[in-house]
Design a protein around this ligand. Structure first.
Ligand code: ZN
Length: 373
């Protein structure tokens, strides 16, 4: 073989490897697991039950189960007892182009009777207990150097100050809620108590910075002696890890197909009757007026709220649709883009800082760009 042919052969060889790599890459489901806290940041500590250790133990167990599946790639924000900045945890997931981000923590409360699990999705909840959880987890940024600059002046004592930063992040909400619901459903099957329904919304900085479907799991209260001792036990951690890993695999099956899963990763207990699937009522599209319309999406929530102005800061003409287990609330509807923008301004001035425009054509959702055309 002469020199030129040799180069040709080597080049073709590398091209084949490269295309093979990108082919298999696209079929890999990437999960970033984030064990909360680490090193000098202990998280909550009660009678020798230490959040950073419990979170890491659970994460490693979840990862071990997921790694049995050749088509699942697990990325860890930490695998040892080290300190990682909050924004870096999200960025690890962002750089890896992760499909989902799962942050694992333990809860604590001065009231040692408090117990139960909670899985949070990013959102602007005004529920005091949700804000309290976000405040506690966000406060770790004060352990970082230069946190005021890094987090754009965000005040961890006022999670509401994130309102201005959360624009246009709703696109991950449906999937995040789906994943959170699967996790809490599995906890319920384990016999765990779901704290006030389990799935909740709150402004967590670590979720805010991750650009993919993302959840934060409070696996239980270390401050509660009974629940805390379960959390601190090998068996308790195994159960929780299995519940979370199974929920992740179920999410993967639903959104990415079931390729490459090992047989022992089937649902823990398939005998439990499945929750009835609720989809958007058919009437939404059937009776929809013909033509292109714009409306302002105010909020998306897991809670159903009566459509009265007093529930929407005085805004009238609020409508709702229910899809993928969430309620979406809209303000006004108009065929005119400029008018729609005015409505959006109005909503923002009323305090719906994260509101944005959506467009429909003959009742079907289309992109704003297509609608303007
Ligand atoms: Zn925590």
């Amino acid at each position: 073989m002469n020199g030129l042919n040799k180069i040709k052969v080597i080049f073709t060889f590398f091209l084949t490897i490269l295309s093979f790599c990108s082919y298999s890459q696209s079929n890999v489901f990437k999960v970033t697991l984030d064990a909360g806290h680490g090193d000098h940041d202990f998280g909550a500590v009660y009678s020798g039950r230490i959040e950073k250790n419990i979170a890491l133990a659970i994460v490693l167990k979840v990862g071990k189960i997921l790694e049995l599946n050749p088509n699942v790639n697990v990325i860890y924000t930490r695998k040892t007892d080290v300190f990682v900045d909050l924004v870096e945890r999200a960025n690890i997931a962002n750089r890896a182009n992760s499909n989902i981000f799962v942050s694992i923590h333990c809860n604590a409360n001065k009231n040692t009777a408090a117990d139960g699990t909670e899985t949070y999705v990013m959102g602007l909840s005004k529920v005091a207990s949700n804000l309290e959880a976000a405040k506690k987890e966000n406060s770790v940024i004060t352990l970082e150097k230069d946190y005021k600059r890094k987090y754009e002046g965000f005040d961890p004592n006022s999670p509401e100050s994130m309102i201005g930063m959360t624009l246009m992040q709703e696109e991950y909400l449906d999937n995040s809620i789906s994943l959170a619901t699967k996790i809490e459903d599995n906890f319920e099957r384990l016999g765990k108590k779901l704290r006030q329904g389990g799935v909740k919304q709150a402004p967590f900085m670590v979720l805010h910075k991750a650009y993919m479907p993302r959840v934060l799991v409070e696996t239980g209260f270390v401050s509660n002696p009974t629940e805390g001792n379960i959390l601190n036990s090998e068996e308790g951690q195994d159960d929780i890890a299995k519940a979370i890993a199974e929920a992740i695999l179920s999410y993967k099956r639903e959104y990415f197909g079931s390729g490459g899963e090992s047989d022992d990763s089937r649902p823990i207990r398939d005998t439990t009757p499945a929750k009835p699937k609720t989809t958007a009522p058919a009437a939404v599209t059937k009776n929809a007026p013909k033509g292109t319309f714009f409306k302002v999406q105010l909020i998306a929530s897991i809670k159903k709220t009566p459509l009265e102005p007093k529930n929407f800061k005085g805004l009238k003409n609020v409508t709702m649709i229910y899809e993928n287990n969430i309620y979406k609330y809209f303000y006004q509807e108009t065929p005119d883009y400029e008018t729609a923008k005015k409505y959006m301004e109005e909503a923002k001035n009323k305090g719906y800082g994260a509101s944005f425009l959506v467009a429909t054509k003959d009742g079907e959702k289309i992109s704003i760009q297509d609608a303007i055309k």
